[in-house]
Write a protein that binds this ligand. Structure first.
Ligand code: FAD
Length: 391
């Protein structure tokens, strides 16, 4: 029975950073990072966009081989295709997540963590022991790990939280279904991300074009199933793509869920921390979760390392993780969530008029700050719509 100090379940951004930072904080600890898929970072279920500042807290994107594209512009689109081009909208990046997630896992390995691929945690119990017993299936073999702390970074379908008795349920109205193609041979500005808002195109969510290169983009949408006409996300996407890019060549397809909720009430238990999507640590307005997951992973890894050094892995000790997360981003997400609820009342006619109003500002002065000020006067509801990107 392998004995480890920290067992991290899931090698996405949250898990890889948790393992990496735990080893940096306490190199003497045994840290194991498990990934059930056969490769870290694949398959990609993501549009791969991140803001510059958040990313740079963990990795330098300049010249990195895990970057697909540098983004300098944001184009918002209303239901009738009116474009609002934001000036000076800041820098963002479209990652190559296959490489990026692998890069983060390699950082964890370089710091001394063991990284196991094709290794799935299938059950977890305590049975009176102060360590967790985690059943792990790897290449048809089953091992039982004993871990002083388990970090659940196992994404939207998390089981670790449930095994530890945490409430990770998601209300149906806060679960977005997403569908995305990689489209080739299409015409758009490769330095811009496009976001289109319309209840007819993507009810309860939005549609996006995130450039991977010249003529190549992640083209997708997310919607709330409860608000649809009975069609699924792929059918909505097919309709949108047929209209926007009828001759685009589909070279990739993915589906996935995004939890647009707020952080779960309790992210810790005796010997357990949950981080990233597993704890609903996603921006509920944008659905962006990569930078959030890394920030949560860092907090989880450092909290676990400190608790182990103090020989105290009780939930009382680990509660500091939740408190720190709420201060870093969790409280903001509660505010964004309330704004999301307010935005749900905007219909397509309002969105069209809003775009026209904003376009009355001269283009070179159509900065985010200007647009926000303008919008605040005329249409207070616009503020969160614009502010939600690049967080
Ligand atoms: C279509 C789509 C588009 C998106 N676009 C963006 C975007 O543009 N920008 C952005 O910031 N966010 C985006 N997101 C959200 C983003 O992908 C997630 O927030 C982010 O990946 C969360 O990281 P994580 O480490 O918490 O979870 P994940 O990246 O999901 O990683 C969890 C890992 O755990 C593994 N795992 C699960 N269970 C087990 C187990 N039992 N044992 C071992 N391993 C396990 C999984 O295989 C997975 O590799 C998008 C999501 C979707 C679905």
């Amino acid at each position: 029975m392998p004995d480890v100090d920290i067992l991290v379940v899931g090698a996405g951004p949250a898990g890889a950073v948790a393992a990496w930072q735990a080893k940096l904080a306490a190199p003497e600890l045994d840290v194991v990072l498990l990934e059930r898929d056969r490769a870290v970072g694949a398959p990609v279920r993501c549009a791969e966009g991140v803001g510059d500042a958040g990313l740079r807290e963990f990795a330098n994107p300049d010249g990195a081989d895990w970057v697909s594209r540098r983004i300098t512009d944001v184009i918002l689109e209303s239901p009738d295709d009116t474009q609002v081009v934001l000036a000076n909208s800041g820098i963002g990046w479209i990652l190559d997540r296959t490489r990026f997630d692998a890069y983060l896992a390699a950082q964890a390995a370089a710091a001394g963590a063991a990284v196991l691929v094709g290794a799935e945690a299938t059950a977890m119990s305590r049975n009176g022991d102060e360590r967790w017993h985690v059943r792990v299936t790897e290449r048809g073999r089953e091992d039982l790990y004993r871990a002083r702390i388990v970090i659940g970074a196992d994404g939207v379908e998390t089981m670790v939280g449930r095994w530890a008795g945490l409430d990770t349920r998601v209300p149906a109205r806060d679960m977005e279904s997403c569908a995305q193609y990689v489209l080739q041979g299409i015409d758009f500005n490769p330095n811009a991300i496009y976001l289109q808002f319309s209840n007819a195109i993507a009810p309860g969510g939005y549609a996006w074009i995130f450039p991977k290169g010249v003529g190549i983009a992640n083209v997708g949408l997310g919607l709330v199933a409860l608000k649809t006409n009975g069609h699924n996300a792929r059918q909505y996407l097919d309709d949108w793509v047929a209209r926007r890019f009828p001759s685009g060549v589909r070279t990739g397809y993915t589906v996935g869920g995004v939890i647009v909720h707020t952080t779960i009430k309790k992210t810790y238990a005796d010997g357990v921390l949950v981080a990233g999507d597993a704890a609903h640590m996603i921006n509920p307005l944008s659905g962006g979760g990569i930078n959030n997951a890394m920030k949560a992973g860092r907090l989880a890894g450092c909290t676990a390392a400190a608790a182990l050094r103090e020989h105290d892995t009780t939930e009382r000790r680990l509660a500091s993780y939740h408190k720190a997360w709420m201060e870093v981003l969790g409280e903001d997400h509660l505010k964004y969530y309330r704004l999301k609820q307010a935005l749900e009342h905007m219909d397509d006619a309002f969105l069209n008029s809003l775009a026209r109003t904003v376009n009355k500002v001269v283009p070179e002065k159509r900065t985010l700050g200007r647009v926000l000020t303008h919008a605040m006067i005329k249409h207070p509801l616009l503020i969160p719509v614009v502010a939600r990107f690049f967080v």
